[in-house]
Design a protein around this ligand. Structure first.
Ligand code: 1CP
Length: 341
């Protein structure tokens, strides 16, 4: 690998500056994304390896980030299991056949890896294009977050039906979570076999859960997934919205990196973790709407706070919003790359 910054930091080695990539870097804030998106549906883009590779490469070529992330979505596991998935502009993801009864859970197919072969094909094309320049991050959704889309039938503000299933039908919820966890571990191993250099598990909506529910319905499945990964030389990043609260529990699953939302002081989180777990984060993505002087000052403030810390990857506390100016994202990355400790 020509640029080892990301992998070194993920394995808690000292780096000359923090490596940078951003969640949702291959997406809607880029005018060049829309040039492709106007020609294909989102799922067509994911399922056509050459197009998935084109989109993955946009931030590599235009922003000069230190790690690429596979262009796909966390919901493809739900689709492979039998979910009737569509993405509509302005509406977001929809599952037309939500999973709400024992019969629905029963019907989900866990022997579905062949349905996800297109992801392995995309990874191979992307690695040819990257040609050893920077690492490629593969990913999947955590079982609780994927479950929420399957049960609600799409995005949700309050996760009412999902939490009702956890509380009224915990056994059914566990059957569903166990099925998703099995597929997710196999799917991530497929990505590793196809050549990704790191893995990130996205539990975007864990923040909706109480301390006890997080342990019972989310953490234990992430732990099971991480324990089942063929992870030799492949760092595993655990992300959740809620990591400011749940970091100590997340650490029990033994990821190499914990990706932290923007509520917490990153150094305090890092210092409270067991040695050898790196942190990723944690700029509030809203800073990227602000003036360039603010962007620079906020990044420098975070870097001064983290000075001398081994195992720090710069990222946002959550993904880039679609209407953040491209120029501001580009500027933030330049600020990081010019920084010297
Ligand atoms: O309309 C479009 O152009 C599609 C928009 C889009 C894009 C670009 C969606 C629909 N997904 C993606 C790509 C995507 N999704 C990536 C690619 C790599 C990257 O650049 O980071 C990744 C890693 C994801 C993961 C994902 N999808 C998450 C977890 C990360 C996060 O941001 O929290 C979640 C929750 C989703 C669900 C999803 N996919 C798309 C939408 C609009 C949503 C809904 C979000 C919500 O419910 O609010």
């Amino acid at each position: 690998m020509k640029n080892n910054l990301f992998l070194d930091a993920a394995f808690s080695k000292q780096t000359e500056r923090p490596p940078v990539w951003m969640m949702r870097q291959a997406g809607r804030f880029m005018p060049q994304y829309w040039e492709i998106k106007n020609k294909y549906s989102f799922l067509e883009m994911c399922k056509t390896p050459e197009i998935a590779a084109d989109v993955t490469m946009l931030p590599v070529d235009l922003l000069g980030i230190d790690a690429a992330i596979l262009f796909s979505d966390i919901l493809v596991t739900g689709e492979a299991m039998g979910g009737d998935l569509s993405f509509t502009q302005g509406v977001g993801p929809k599952f037309a056949n939500p999973v709400r009864t024992a019969k629905d859970v029963e019907a989900l197919n866990v022997d579905c890896l062949s349905e996800l072969q297109y992801v392995a094909d995309a990874i191979k094309v992307i690695q040819q294009r990257l040609n050893g320049s920077i690492p490629l991050i593969g990913f999947a959704g955590a079982p609780f977050t994927v479950m929420s889309y399957l049960v609600e039938g799409g995005s949700s503000k309050d996760f009412k039906l999902t939490k009702l299933m956890l509380h009224n039908q915990p056994e059914l919820a566990h059957q569903l979570l166990a099925k998703i966890a099995k597929v997710t571990a196999e799917y991530l191993n497929l990505q590793i076999a196809a050549g990704v250099n790191a893995i990130q598990v996205f539990d975007s909506w864990a923040l909706a859960l109480s301390w006890n529910d997080y342990q019972e319905f989310s953490h234990r499945y992430i732990q099971e997934i991480i324990a089942n990964l063929n992870r030799k030389d492949i760092p595993v990043i655990s992300f959740c919205k809620g990591s400011s609260v749940f970091a100590s529990i997340m650490a029990e699953a033994k990821p190499d990196v914990i990706s932290v939302d923007w509520n917490a002081d990153l150094l305090n989180i890092k210092n409270a973790l067991p040695a050898g777990i790196a942190v990723q984060g944690n700029l509030d993505p809203h800073i990227l709407y602000a003036d360039k002087a603010v962007i620079k000052a906020q990044i420098h403030k975070l870097f001064e706070r983290m000075r001398g810390t081994e195992g720090f990857i710069f990222n946002l506390g959550h993904g880039i919003m679609p209407d953040i100016p491209f120029d501001n994202v580009k500027y933030a990355i330049e600020v990081v790359k010019e920084f010297k400790y």
